[in-house]
Design a binder for this molecule. Structure first.
Ligand code: ZN
Length: 315
C-alpha cells in the first residue's frame, strides 16, 4: 500500500481518435501500477467532474458556455488541436476534478498523484495544444477559495512551456512588480525547450529556456537551481508538479535528450526537495509522445515509483 493516494478514472480516456496524444496511456499506467504491485486497488481514489463553479474560478463564462454547448468556432477548435465532442469536454471536466481531489489529498498526505491532468496550455478564454481546461490552475484556485492554502507553486517539467498557466497567474517574475492582484499568491516555474511550441511564451515567474538536445546531467542541474531559486523567493504551501514525459529523448514532439533514468531522477529531485522543505506535492502527468507508447507509460509509472521511494525514505 502506498503512503499517498493516486487519483484515477477509466473515463480519463480522451475520445480523440487516432492522434499523436496516446489517450490510452492513463489506463495503461493504472494497470501497470497494479500488475507490478507498486500500488494496490485501495491506493486509488476516483474523481468527480469539477463543478462549473470550480472551472469558472479560472475560465471565462463565454468559453465555458462554448464548451458546454459545443459552439467553439472552427478556428478555436483548430487551436485546440483535438476534435471537440461533448464526451471530450466531460473528460476534461473529470481531469480537472481529479486535480482538485489530488490537491486535497496532497495537503493531507504530503503527496498525491493524479494519473491524468497537466493541461497547461489552456488559457482562461481558449484552449490550445490538446488542452481544454487548465486543471492545475483550477485546483489551485479551489484550494485558495476554500482557504486550504494561500500560496502555491507550479513546477512545470513538460518539454513545452506552460503558457496557459503562466498567463493565468501572470507570473510576478523574480524581483519585478506583480502584474496582477493574484501574482504574489502563485509562483510559476517552467523548464522547457526554447525552440518548441508554443511560439509565444508568456512570462512565468521563472522560465528556464533550455537548448535543444539537453541531456540528464545539465537538466537536473537546471531543475535543482530553479527549485532552489524559487523556494528561496517564495514559500508555497503546495507544489503542483507537472511531470510531462516529453523531455524524453525519443519523444516525437520534444527536442531534449533525457533518458528514462534521468526522468526518474528528475521526479525524485522534485519529491526530495519538497519533502526536505516540508511542502506537499500534487502531481499531474501532462504530455508524453514517445515513439513507443510503452516508454511514455514507463516514464509516468516511474513518477509514482519515485514518489513512493522518497515518501518511504528509500532514496
Ligand atoms: Zn508537452
Amino acid at each position: 500500500m502506498l503512503p499517498f493516494k493516486l487519483v484515477y478514472s477509466d473515463d480519463y480516456y480522451l475520445p480523440i481518435g487516432r492522434h499523436v496524444f496516446p489517450a490510452e496511456k492513463y489506463k495503461r499506467i493504472h494497470d501497470r501500477l497494479l500488475a507490478s504491485g507498486i500500488a494496490a486497488p485501495s491506493d486509488f481514489v476516483a474523481p468527480r467532474p469539477a463543478t462549473d463553479e470550480d472551472v469558472l474560478l479560472v475560465h471565462t463564462p463565454e468559453y465555458v458556455y462554448k464548451l458546454k454547448t459545443g459552439s467553439l468556432s472552427a478556428r478555436e477548435e483548430l487551436e485546440l488541436e483535438v476534435p471537440y465532442s461533448p464526451e471530450l469536454a466531460r473528460a476534461f471536466w473529470l481531469a480537472a476534478g481529479g486535480s482538485v481531489l489530488a490537491a486535497d489529498h496532497a495537503l493531507i498526505d504530503g503527496v498525491a498523484i493524479n494519473i491524468g491532468g497537466g493541461f497547461h496550455h489552456a488559457f482562461p478564454d481558449h484552449g490550445e495544444g490538446f488542452c481544454m481546461l487548465n486543471d492545475v490552475a483550477i485546483a489551485i484556485r479551489c484550494m485558495q477559495r476554500d482557504k486550504k492554502i494561500r500560496k502555491a507553486m507550479t513546477v512545470d517539467c513538460d518539454v513545452h512551456q506552460g503558457n496557459g498557466t503562466a498567463a493565468i497567474f501572470s507570473g510576478a517574475g523574480l524581483g519585478t512588480r506583480p502584474r496582477s492582484s493574484h501574482a504574489e499568491d502563485v509562483f510559476t516555474i517552467s523548464l522547457h525547450q526554447l525552440s518548441n511550441y508554443p511560439a509565444h511564451k508568456p512570462a512565468s515567474s521563472l522560465d528556464l529556456n533550455l537548448p535543444d538536445g539537453m541531456g540528464d546531467a545539465d537538466y537536473l542541474a537546471c531543475l535543482g537551481d530553479a527549485l532552489s531559486m524559487g523556494l528561496e523567493k517564495f514559500e508555497p504551501e503546495l507544489i503542483c508538479y507537472i511531470a510531462g514525459a516529453d523531455p524524453y529523448r525519443d519523444d516525437q514532439l520534444g527536442g531534449l535528450s533525457l533518458t528514462i533514468e534521468g526522468l526518474k531522477q528528475r521526479d525524485a529531485l522534485v519529491f526530495q526537495t519538497a519533502k526536505t522543505r516540508g511542502v506537499p506535492v500534487m502531481v499531474t502527468l501532462a504530455g508524453g509522445y514517445a515513439a513507443k507508447v510503452e516508454d511514455t507509460v514507463t516514464i509516468h509509472f516511474n513518477t509514482v515509483v519515485a514518489a513512493k521511494a522518497v515518501s518511504s525514505g528509500q532514496s
